[in-house]
Design a protein. Structure first.
Lengths: 266, 266, 266, 266
């Protein structure tokens, strides 16, 4: 493939920098936070623990793509302002989702890393706008996207002028409903053979079940992922979205203690 | 389900009118045309045959979502103008795809039926904008969408003020690459049990192979679909997109002759 | 492919004869009956209606492959004797499943058509034994078998000396649990392009839901299938297996009245 | 679930012993060898390296289930005799596949661990016979089996008298052909929540590609698997089956050096 994303074109790893955090330099970046930004108290509780445990970026959704129009759709710009406040207080860069090209400029005013959700992996108008947004992009794999389609989606961003794309495996659709999705963990090393871009894993969406997040996070390290995107919440049972897959803050702290990467990075 | 799309809320079939064409009244609507509008000659050749055979609406893409950024992306507004010209000449209403909320007003100026492609089934910003566009909507099922997710996507349009949605099954992702997708034909009667909205079938995308289009089109009649969306082209082997699944105009004419619906409608 | 099953080797359709019933000669064969043979009363009630409506073969399981070891496993040889009795009384040939090579001779003593279930499509020891059994074989597609794997499974039977194989599409595994399986209806014409063997459809397993059986049965006619395998039961709600997908005898009678094949065969 | 396989019935881990090798005691067992036993030289070359590197069991197929009847089907009993010879020379217990109940006694005369292949996971006659065979069983997950179906298949063995079952995840069918299967790595911890039986991983079949075997093997350790089943061959490019996914003996040695389990076991 003669693509911008291809190792044929660039053999060495791309290093994508988000502030002083680097993806793809051999380190392992942990991004964590709630699925949705709900209120100041919830977000700050998360941010404090994440910063304290060595998490590097804070995730939180202000614009939420939801299957039903009657589900909580996120706080919108007030949610972005809370993320900004958390950055100021705790020194964590912000990862947050943008769901439509019309919001790209608004979200880019607040975010350090612009997240494209799985449902939007082939929202080409959004990808083109992100190519011109001036911020790095976190591109989730679509739930039934092949590796080639995922690479091509990244190519849309690069071809429109933005070389800073981090890829995120988050599980694919399958016949077994035991977990929310099936984590295609082999996609991490398979993608890294084909592309120079960093590849991370989201063990929360890949499993949908709290108890499986930590084993899968450790597996991400084992297969050579460049980082994690993981959901946590001060009170998962009361979360407005994705409670079943969110770690509570004690569980998150335990996860961080057991990640072998922490030893490797020392 | 207490949804606007549900038969619990409205037991009788919705009839969606596109000009003088009706979906859901017991008839069978054939929409046909090229995957992409390429030029005047190509489009008029299709439109002439479609009108002559009893096809009711002309499809053609001016904004094309393509897996690769380097593939033909459609003619844009000049393509819409060609569709308008075909409508004037042949009296066929126009079905064409809109790929982003930013284009909704532009496309609505030309289209009679606004198509949402499979990749955009959960582009909620687009769905909300279509709820307010004043034109009926053709909503394709996503390649890995469950029936509930598809219904919920339609609910976004209805909840934003537009009751005129036609659903289109076009095949789902599966493990077998023998056909481009696997047509979930049972989805047609299964959806019609749950919703009052019309449901049609796209045998071209569902198979990806010309020789399988006609049998599947006849099956659509057999399961009670309200119509077809089918690709045809004066010279499929030279098509800029989807040639392998496009009927040539003679094959399209033959298909129209053998559809049992034509007898039923007489 | 230079296979015995291939149209390259034999361009014309194979006609598989089961007594005086022929598959593949352009007619449409209906095989019906209960999932499991439960008792004489149940089986004879089915057989009487099937014979009366023009069904040609009686299906019924005596050896049942069941997901759980604690579910009803079939009556065994006494079930085969009941099938024999029904054949004597109603003149219907018998289709019944054989689940292991060790039972091939026993089942062949009773059956007119030896059924291989979906789970056993690649039970190669069984396929080889059926190649030498002297009876025609009904080979169901495995729930995640590609068309090529299915053809190769048939090739095992032919290569071991038995040219009389009828293929049966019965739905494949997918991500959507709305139906028990997803019927890959396009597999019927796609297989018939590649092989000269007859291809039929099982709308009961393909849907798992009674209300969807009749539409799918009609679609089978529309795509050119050579017949149907359909489950019926005098009292589906009390069935020992597969009640939810079994037609009651009135519904079966109605299905037979509306199959367009009956007109075509006249 | 009130099943013999369930943790509700037996909360503590089962330890399955194969000679002096134990699965489920917190250790990590490596089983390796060629896909098919081809000849003495090939098998002994593998066995020597496996024993030298700390591998605990030797795998090798003598009865091979193959998609095509014209592919190499294994050496049969002469292959079993070669495995026996390798056991004598190198002290490695033998894992080999049995494909039909008719062969259970024969294979049990040679094998220390009786393998059930993915295609036979629901070959219930075989499972019942293995319940009475007196040897432990390695039960691979079917390519489209749910976790519940897999548990139920194991239950067939236990319910027929044999408590010694080791489960093996080997990848499932999916839409992406980039790898041979998609490894459902989360199945390992998810199964271990539900059952007390040991669970191992087969990274060779799960990927189908040599370069992905080592990362996936390390991930198996990370998610808490009880061991590995891995294919190696002195000359993979000349292998009669599965060459593309077989490690050569140098690669196998490297894998063994880098498995973190070796450190943990010390």
């Amino acid at each position: 493939m003669n693509l911008l994303v291809s190792r044929d074109v660039q053999p060495e790893n791309s290093v994508v920098r988000v502030g002083d955090v680097a993806f793809g330099d051999g380190g392992f970046v942990v991004m964590a936070g709630p699925c949705s930004v709900e209120n100041e108290e919830q977000l700050m509780a998360c941010a404090e623990v994440i910063a304290d445990c060595g998490g590097q970026l804070l995730r939180g959704g202000a614009f939420k793509p939801r299957t039903s129009p009657y589900e909580f759709q996120g706080l919108g710009e007030p949610g972005l302002k809370l993320l900004e406040l958390a950055r100021e207080r705790y020194g964590l860069g912000i990862v947050t989702e943008v769901v439509t090209e019309a919001d790209v400029d608004l979200v880019a005013n607040y975010a350090d890393l612009m997240q494209v959700g799985a449902r939007n992996m082939q929202n080409f108008a959004l990808l083109k706008a992100l190519g011109r947004c001036g911020k790095p992009v976190l591109l989730k794999r679509g739930p039934s996207a092949t590796l080639k389609e995922w690479l091509m989606a990244a190519e849309y961003v690069l071809a429109n002028g933005n070389p800073d794309v981090v890829l995120c495996e988050r599980g694919i659709r399958s016949f077994d409903s035991h977990t929310r999705n099936v984590c295609d963990i082999t996609a991490v090393p398979a993608m890294k053979e084909m592309t120079h871009l960093p590849v991370i894993l989201d063990p929360s969406h890949a499993t949908g079940r709290r108890s499986l997040v930590a084993p899968l996070a450790r597996a991400a390290v084992a297969v050579g992922a460049d980082g994690l995107l993981v959901e946590c919440h001060p009170n998962p049972d009361a979360a407005l979205s994705d409670g079943a897959q969110s770690l509570d803050l004690t569980q998150f702290r335990q996860l961080m203690m057991t990640l072998p990467c922490r030893i490797l990075k020392a």
